[in-house]
Design a protein around this ligand. Structure first.
Ligand SMILES: Nc1ncnc2c1ncn2[C@@H]1O[C@H](COP(=O)(O)OP(=O)(O)O)[C@@H](O)[C@H]1O
Ligand SMILES: [Mg+2]
Length: 237
């Protein structure tokens, strides 16, 4: 059985049907890319799976448990975390305080210290800036902080929504290196990326969304060759 399975998921905002009955699954240890043009429904999908917007229809299973419509505070202890689009860090809190918020489900001091250590190990710069207000960080640093905050709960399954959006090329390289590194550490990842070629290089499999539906699915290498992805991004959806 796959680690994570989505069955006929729909997400609605009033009359807008942002996601229309999609199916997909994620195996333990996989990197799965979720691709599609602007407005295709990628963020709506991740936000619904992470409990931030309601699931209008369908079901979601994680590690054999039905987690449909569970709230984020119930999902975090199960091992599911999201780094949302647009680096939503708390500007008037310090770097360390932002990280602490990602670990709200952790009560043991020792486990908390370990989580901090792991994130500071991945992002030495966050350690250097740990007492600084998050609002004073650059865009790339805030993105690292958003990912670091999601990692503080030691997730088994991590959703990354546009982690490299708006970052300088050198930092983009670091984001992709980080994704591969996290997988080596045993984290299963679903990644939404507008750097399609690079996402398909590191992903095992990919799903292509168009107008809230799965347009194509398969191994990342097959999708890279198929032309369907390029067509979708050119607006032929
Ligand atoms: N909070 C919201 N309220 C109303 N419509 C929304 C909201 N968020 C997204 N949408 C709409 O849902 C559709 C899918 O958006 P989104 O999931 O953000 O796509 P993507 O992440 O692929 O760019 C779009 O038509 C978008 O305008
Ligand atoms: Mg989005």
């Amino acid at each position: 059985m796959p680690l994570f399975g989505v069955n006929s998921l729909s997400v609605h905002y009033g009359a807008i049907e942002a996601v229309r009955g999609i199916d997909f699954e994620v195996g333990e240890g996989e990197i799965v890319a979720l691709l599609g043009a602007n407005g295709a429904g990628k963020s709506s999908t991740l936000n619904a799976l992470a409990g931030l917007v309601p699931v209008a229809g369908g079901s979601v299973r994680f590690d054999g448990v039905d987690i449909t419509n569970l709230k984020p505070e119930a999902l975090t202890p199960l091992g599911l975390a999201l780094s949302p689009e647009g680096r939503r860090v708390f500007g008037t809190l310090t770097v360390a305080e932002n990280l602490r918020m990602g670990a709200y489900s952790i009560s043991g001091r020792h486990v908390l210290e370990q989580a901090w250590e792991r994130v500071y190990d991945l992002f030495p710069l966050l350690y250097e800036r740990r007492s600084q207000y998050a609002g004073t960080l650059s865009g790339g640093q805030q993105q690292m902080l958003a990912v670091g905050r999601a990692l503080m709960s030691n997730p088994r399954l991590l959703f990354l929504d546009e982690p490299s959006l708006g970052l300088a090329p050198r930092i983009v390289d670091q984001v992709f290196e980080l994704i591969v590194k996290l997988r080596e550490q045993g984290v299963t990842l679903v990644v939404v990326e507008q750097n399609v070629d690079r996402a398909l290089e590191i992903a095992d499999r990919a799903y292509l969304l168009a107008l809230g539906q799965i347009r194509a699915a398969g191994s990342a290498s097959d999708l890279a060759k198929s032309g369907a992805v390029t067509a979708a991004y050119l607006g032929e959806a």
